[in-house]
Design a binder for this molecule. Structure first.
Ligand SMILES: Cc1ncc(COP(=O)(O)O)c(C=O)c1O
Length: 409
């Protein structure tokens, strides 16, 4: 994995140059588009800082990145900034997730929820079109630690949700998987979408594909595998020695990654990636007034979001990002070492920055003081700590000292 770090000046120049290749509502005769720049009372072009603020400049020019630009040329009006989105997809798919050159499609989605549902939508349509499947013959299968967007998608798409329990170490319970698959087949399920997580929301656990797929294969069902790396996608590939949840694994068909989680990008920067040949199943051919039609759930989307993620990746380079993520792992190690000394039970994946503590061992006032998040705020069984960039050592130490004090009482 390697992409170079660029000096700030060059990052800015590239963004302004991309913007200059877009159609400009201020300078050109644009009568047909139901779109324009941002409100000029609030977001005026003449603000003096704008000449140095590449992201804000794109935001104010307000390019629409509707469509899927890795697939085919989209709206020609905004081809400059679309090119940077295409480069962003290349970095995520090829550099981070091991895809072959050009062997993927993708776009910047509003978030992980849409990217996960987009995957389900693509596969449901594939099964319907190619296998003549009925929605009630298609199921999404996932572990109980899944993000709730999995259920949301099943509800929207009319497909069945199958939840598999987990073991002590948050891995798929393979006996339960076997049981659920047998029951599903008896109930008429013929097609599966397997949802694996690279960093579950509550535990940061990372699924392993091989044991799950070995059992699925025995059941002779058609399936696709989607990886939800919404949380883990910008940390785990940088901190783990290797992963089976990438495009290098021929079993993996699509991946969700969120810029607005670990990458510190603004909200609205989910990323959906799938292998070439699949995005067509989500094409809305009726979108005939959009150049290139549409392949996404959301439709119109701000080009500024893609630019924000691209700028962050360029600012750090792959080595810089790896270093930053390792810093968070070191801080998380420090938390776990102290919890071990205090005899407090927790779950943590060694290459992730989430520590999930048994609620019975954490006084409620400490959980409240440090804004720990519960699995269920009504009846907490677990509290989680997420070592994000703002979680500095001094705050961690204060928390650990409070926990230590509470153990002495
Ligand atoms: C693993 C996982 N997937 C998907 C999502 C949904 O992301 P978003 O809130 O960006 O839609 C989250 C959010 O926390 C998540 O943790």
């Amino acid at each position: 994995m390697f992409w170079p770090k660029l000096p700030n000046k060059q990052v800015k120049e590239k963004v302004f140059s991309a913007l200059s290749r877009n159609l400009n509502y201020r300078e050109e005769k644009i009568l047909g588009l139901p779109a324009t720049y941002l409100d000029q009372e609030q977001f005026y072009f003449d603000a003096p800082f704008l000449k140095d603020a590449a992201f804000l400049s794109v935001l104010i020019h307000n390019p629409n990145h509707i469509g899927c630009h890795t697939y085919q040329k989209g709206e020609s009006y905004f081809s400059g900034t679309q090119e940077l989105e295409i480069d962003l997809m290349r970095i995520c798919a090829e550099e981070i997730f091991g895809a072959t050159a050009g062997g993927y499609d993708g776009y910047v989605a509003p978030g992980g929820t849409e990217a996960n549902i987009q995957a389900q939508w693509v596969y449901r349509n594939y099964f319907q079109k190619e296998k003549n499947a009925k929605p009630h013959e298609i199921a999404l299968i996932f572990s109980e630690d899944v993000h709730y967007s999995a259920y949301k998608g099943c509800n929207l798409l009319g497909i069945k949700a199958i939840t598999v329990s987990v073991t002590e170490n948050r891995a798929w319970n393979l006996q339960d998987l076997e049981k659920k698959l047998t029951a599903a087949q008896q109930a008429g399920i013929k097609y599966l979408i397997i949802h694996l997580s690279m960093g579950t929301t509550m535990f940061g656990s990372v699924d392993t594909s091989a044991p799950v797929l070995e059992i699925v294969r025995k059941h002779n069902m058609d399936y696709f595998v989607h990886v939800d790396a919404a949380f883990g996608g910008f940390i785990y590939p940088f901190t783990a020695n290797s992963t089976d949840l990438s495009f290098k694994n021929p079993e993996i068909s699509s991946i969700t990654i969120d810029g607005h989680k670990m990458l510190q990008a603004p909200y609205g920067t989910g990323i959906f990636l799938c292998r070439k040949g699949m995005i067509e199943y989500a094409q809305t051919a009726e979108a005939s007034y959009v150049q290139g039609t549409d392949f996404t759930l959301c439709g119109s989307r701000s080009g500024a979001n893609a630019i924000a993620v691209w700028m962050i990746l360029m600012t750090h380079g792959s080595d810089g990002w790896k270093y930053l993520m390792q810093k968070l792992i070191d801080r998380t190690d420090h938390i776990c070492e102290t919890l071990d000394e205090l005899g407090i039970d927790y779950f943590r994946h060694p290459a992730m920055n989430i520590v999930t503590l048994k609620a019975s061992q954490v006084p409620a006032n400490i959980a409240a003081k440090y804004h720990l998040v519960a699995d269920n705020f009504q009846h907490p069984k677990w509290w989680k700590i997420v070592t994000m960039m703002h979680v500095e050592k001094n705050i961690i130490d204060e928390f650990l000292m409070d926990l230590h004090q509470s153990r002495l009482k």
